[in-house]
Design a binder for this molecule. Structure first.
Ligand SMILES: NC(=O)c1ccc[n+]([C@@H]2O[C@H](COP(=O)([O-])OP(=O)(O)OC[C@H]3O[C@@H](n4cnc5c(N)ncnc54)[C@H](O)[C@@H]3O)[C@@H](O)[C@H]2O)c1
Length: 427
């Protein structure tokens, strides 16, 4: 069969332009319009699971998440925290090999100072270098909140989004950074100023990673757990009162019932709050508790404060604000501050002055679209939002916390002062 080129029709002679003002012929097709509206919705679904023994070669969960079945070769890009790589890299490589997953590794430093745009760009370059397939090959992010936020941010940017899996390895990662949909990097003096909402395919939480986390970073994660207890879960608060002082990396990593309950209650509470408002359309968010003043503090403190430590200093102010407004009784106020203190969290920081608090609140107002929307505890386990905090209140709250923190640090001095007061009154 031969195919011949169609003969082109002879060009029509150019019509003379119609004089201006000539009416349009009635049989012209209707124009398609000048304004279009497009509406679309994308369902978001991902699993968060606590899975012990994630790196045990007989455990298929991680391999399945990477799309491997152990028979057909698969590939992935592992974006991993440098300390986690040093501690668990060999086991992870052995695991991936067992499951016939050909993995490229991109090792990144953890810690806040590494959380910058350049790191995310480096991750996208690693994707290019390995020739990542856009849908079937995944990013496996393993590390603390910093590496998870960077890897998730890079995954959301690369070809406008490639799938990724989160394996959080710090306490803060396991109860907070690893379970939501936010990604991001710091920019200028601002925390997470560049970021996206981008859900992982799955988040796999293995508390066994916590065994090697430095105690200060465990305390850091406890701050977010205390937050969930204060805003949502009075039973978790009581559980923390009886366990928090003895929470060590090893006790949390072990499969004891109290540790498992603390972690799972914290995750459940967090997801319960996040799920109906994943894109933060509603800006009154109880999980923002402790996150009003802390973003301005975290990057300014020198030596730097960890995220959870800055959150604790913020929560202490908010506990005082609630107390001074009559929302939190004296006993519950004392319990809240005492729990943070016995956990090893700071309640005060010299950078936190009334001026900085005011400035931080102004920034929070921008972030919260024009209103303060500050969550305050309304009894332990509940919140209410306020929009009318004044500088005077901030000053009084700061003074209150300084006084209580000094008493918690040195109860004997507090008792002596009380006795002196009594003597002064009696004489
Ligand atoms: N995306 C979110 O929704 C969200 C929520 C909360 C916090 N965050 C972010 O999370 C970050 C803080 O996360 P982080 O506290 O996990 O800090 P991090 O990621 O810096 O980790 C803390 C330290 O622990 C090391 N490490 C990690 N896993 C370890 C392990 N198993 N054993 C030993 N060492 C280990 C890291 O190398 C690092 O030195 C902040 O940048 C914060 O903005 C994000």
């Amino acid at each position: 069969m031969s195919v011949s080129a169609p003969t082109a029709p002879a060009p029509a002679p150019a019509a003379a332009p119609a004089p201006v003002g000539t009416p349009l012929p009635a049989d012209l097709p209707k124009p398609p319009g000048l304004t279009w509206r497009v509406e679309s919705r994308e369902p978001v679904g991902y699993d968060v699971s606590i899975v012990r023994g994630l790196l045990n070669p007989v455990n298929p969960v991680l391999a399945r998440a990477c799309g491997a079945d152990g028979r057909t070769p698969a590939r992935c890009l592992v974006v991993i925290d440098d300390k986690v790589d040093a501690l668990y890299g060999e086991r992870l490589r052995g695991y991936l090999e067992t499951w016939r997953i050909d993995a490229s590794f991109k090792v990144l430093p953890g810690d806040e100072s590494a959380k910058e745009l350049a790191s995310a760009v480096e991750v996208t370059e690693a994707m290019t270098a390995m020739g990542l397939l856009r849908r079937t090959e995944k990013i496996l992010a393993v590390g603390g909140g910093v590496v998870l936020d960077i890897a998730g941010f890079a995954a959301s940017l690369y070809r406008r989004g490639v799938p990724y899996i989160r394996v959080p390895t710090t306490l803060l990662g396991q109860v907070d950074a690893g379970v939501g949909v936010k990604t991001g990097v710091n920019h200028g003096h601002h925390k997470n100023r560049l970021g996206t909402y981008y859900a992982p395919e799955t988040a796999l939480i293995d508390p066994e990673f916590l065994a090697t986390v430095e105690p200060r970073h465990i305390t850091n994660g406890m701050a977010e757990i205390i937050k969930m207890a204060l805003v949502k879960d009075a039973a978790l608060f009581r559980l923390l009162e009886s366990t928090a002082a003895h929470s060590t990396p090893r006790s949390l990593a072990a499969s004891g019932p109290a540790a498992t309950e603390v972690i799972s209650r914290a995750i459940a509470g967090m997801l319960d709050e996040l799920e109906p408002n994943l894109w933060e359309r509603v800006l009154e968010r109880s999980v923002d508790y402790g996150h009003t003043f802390s973003p301005s503090l975290e990057l300014r403190a020198d030596p730097p404060l960890l995220h959870g430590e800055a959150v604790a200093v913020d929560m202490a102010i908010c506990v005082a604000l609630a107390h001074l407004r009559g929302l939190l009784g004296a006993e519950d106020t004392d319990r809240a501050l005492r729990l943070m203190h016995t956990t090893g969290l700071p309640l005060t920081h010299p950078v936190f002055t009334p001026d900085l608090l005011e400035e931080a609140l102004r920034d929070a107002v921008k972030h919260r679209d024009g209103l303060q929307r500050v969550p305050l505890t309304d009894g332990i386990g509940r919140v209410r939002f306020v929009n009318d905090l004044t500088r005077g209140e901030l000053e009084r709250a700061l003074e209150f916390v300084h006084h209580r923190a000094a008493a918690l640090r040195d109860p004997a001095a507090e008792e002596r002062a009380a006795e002196d007061d009594l003597v002064a009154v009696a004489s």
